[in-house]
Ligand binder design. Structure first.
Ligand SMILES: CC(C)(COP(=O)(O)OP(=O)(O)OC[C@H]1O[C@@H](n2cnc3c(N)ncnc32)[C@H](O)[C@@H]1OP(=O)(O)O)[C@@H](O)C(=O)NCCC(=O)NCCS
Length: 143
């Protein structure tokens, strides 16, 4: 298994995994990123094994992140491993590569978030050395 940057020919696999993680995401976001039209993510890493993609990490740099003290924080916007490939270290390898990317971008902090009831994700974050810093609730109204 190796972790590398996304390539244009990965588009279908990345789209399939994105829709598994975010069912409401838009297919055009994949095309926009690959065409250089997307503001975010800044980078996408994928885990590949035997020619198949088994997971991805979407990355950005935020100037404000909960619990962080610097103004340039590497951020794990999306983190996904195929269900059949979980608990084999692929998620850990994606995050290690993501941290290397953030260091190369000049960041000294790396952050992430997950939904409040996603206990598996919280446990995986803790296992990878993340410290939980805040719990938030989000609101909206129609104007
Ligand atoms: C979170 C996710 C990416 C982890 O991927 P993974 O390949 O299974 O992770 P790894 O095998 O590298 O595990 C990394 C560490 O987290 C721990 N971990 C992973 N899944 C866990 C779980 N369900 N419960 C408890 N610990 C878990 C592992 O034990 C490991 O720690 P260790 O090396 O000390 O044993 C994967 O479970 C996933 O895609 N989940 C669905 C999407 C999601 O919730 N993404 C995160 C929110 S954006």
């Amino acid at each position: 298994m190796n972790v590398r940057e996304l390539r244009p020919q990965d588009n279908a696999s990345w789209l399939r995994m994105r829709l598994a993680l975010w069912p409401d995401s838009e297919p055009h976001e994949v095309d926009d990123f690959l065409a250089g039209r997307a503001r975010e993510p800044l980078a996408v890493l994928v885990a590949e094994e035997g020619g198949s993609l088994l997971g991805f990490a979407e990355l950005s740099i935020r100037n404000i992140a909960e619990g962080c003290t610097t103004g340039r924080v590497g951020y794990l916007e999306g983190w996904y491993v195929e269900p059949s490939a979980r608990r084999r270290g692929i998620g850990r390898a994606l995050v290690a590569a993501a941290e290397d990317w953030a260091r190369a971008e000049g960041c000294s902090e790396f952050a992430s978030d997950t939904e409040i009831d996603n206990e598996a994700s919280a446990a995986a974050h803790a296992a990878l050395g993340f410290e939980e810093v805040e719990r938030i609730r989000c609101f909206r109204k129609v104007l």
